[in-house]
Design a protein around this ligand. Sequence first.
Ligand code: ATP
Ligand SMILES: Nc1ccn([C@@H]2O[C@H](COP(=O)(O)O)[C@@H](O)[C@H]2O)c(=O)n1
Length: 427
Amino acid sequence: MTLGETMAKHMLCILPRWSARVFSVELNGASFYFGLSEQQQNDCGQHGDGVPSVFSAVDQKSHRFYSLLVSSMDRIQRARFHSQLRDKLLRDLPTECNVSPMCSFLPNVQGSVISGYLVKDSSERGSLTEKLLRDYAQHDPVLVCSYSPAEDSQGWTQHLWSSEEKEYNVVSIEEPTYHPSTLNIINSDVFYCVEEASDVLKKCGDIIPEASSVLELLHRHKVKSRDKTDFPVIVIEGLDATGKTTLTESLRDTLGATLLRSPPHCLSQWRARFDQEPPLIRRAFYALGNYITAEQIQQEAMKAPVIVDRFWHSTAAYAIATAVSGPTCNLPEVGSELYVWPRDLPQPSLVILLSLDPEERKRRLRNRGQGKTNEEQELDHNQLFRLRVEEAYRRISGPACVTVDASPSADKVLQQVLLLIRAKCHL
Ligand SMILES: Nc1ncnc2c1ncn2[C@@H]1O[C@H](COP(=O)(O)OP(=O)(O)OP(=O)(O)O)[C@@H](O)[C@H]1O
Ligand SMILES: Nc1ccn([C@@H]2O[C@H](COP(=O)(O)O)[C@@H](O)[C@H]2O)c(=O)n1
């Protein structure tokens, strides 16, 4: 049996009832949902009310659609193959093919999401795409399906390319209460204890040698307890160029405090390496960075106040905002467990969130004139992403952040924050 066949068999086991699953496609910033129903013999007219709009437009009957769901058994492999698959599809498929993110999930069931892509092929040479995808189905850990207009031309049929070659009717489905992108966040995008994040890096050791070095450092910087520190610990959060560096340095000088950051300096040499990895591995790296910083905080806060440039709020807010697509209403609801502070990570005394008008933030970025990271560029280009990060910041609890307007002069912002620190931390 080829790898592809083994994986397809595994996938058929974890997807025992296709009809219980919902399929979601992200197209032009909107989510389209559809379901499947078992085909009866001589079945016709069983396609449900209204065929899902991702397939429905009349002109789309001339297109061919394929779905690919990543079916590796190992979650590290799955995460890496999922991001490689997109590149592979874009490289191999005819240019007339469109690739959109897609997933299959059980409505409102945590951890049930299986990710992949929908391919819409409008090329003349349909046989080329089909041949290529048949080859993927044989050799790669993907389960491939094709879609064709049903014989009664009322709807669409899904053909599952496995040894069984089974067929299903495509049916329209109501939008689920929870957006599927919120269902796999726990311990895939956001880690709620050190063991879960370490486990990801342990399993990466073979493919990413740097993972072992990070774990060694973590071992040397073990958080002792969550007891209160002698001096206050103040975290400064905010999007890029909102003035965190400027403010944290002034606070250090004014309060005679120690300035720390997350990820800590000792991880700087490996950061670029982990930034290339898919979210599962990248987010585990940043999560562990917080635990190393936490140990440094415990040491330093015995001697003086501590100021921290970014901490868990940044890790969780960026991870949630990246995992979720579309408008802020797709975010996990206010009060969700996804916003709760990890039980084993010491909490700071105060978290300040610097907020800034987008135009002023862009102006500061331009004036600073440094190169931008992918996520910084995304913040610039994608206003929905920026809104999701800001909203996620505000929804995180334990401690919740106090928002400070960062548009006045650097000195005025400093005075405002000092007032808050004195009121809250009695400094
Ligand atoms: N209150 C302010 N008014 C005007 N300009 C400011 C203010 N605070 C910071 N700046 C300027 O804005 C730019 C970005 O500030 P800074 O580097 O402190 O932001 P940051 O949040 O640390 O950014 P990053 O997260 O990308 O490192 C810098 O050029 C800085 O001099
Ligand atoms: N505690 C942290 C800090 C940072 N991140 C991630 O890094 C990016 C921003 O870092 P800058 O150095 O550019 O300020 C941001 O995209 C976060 O994804 C993090 O996860 N946790």
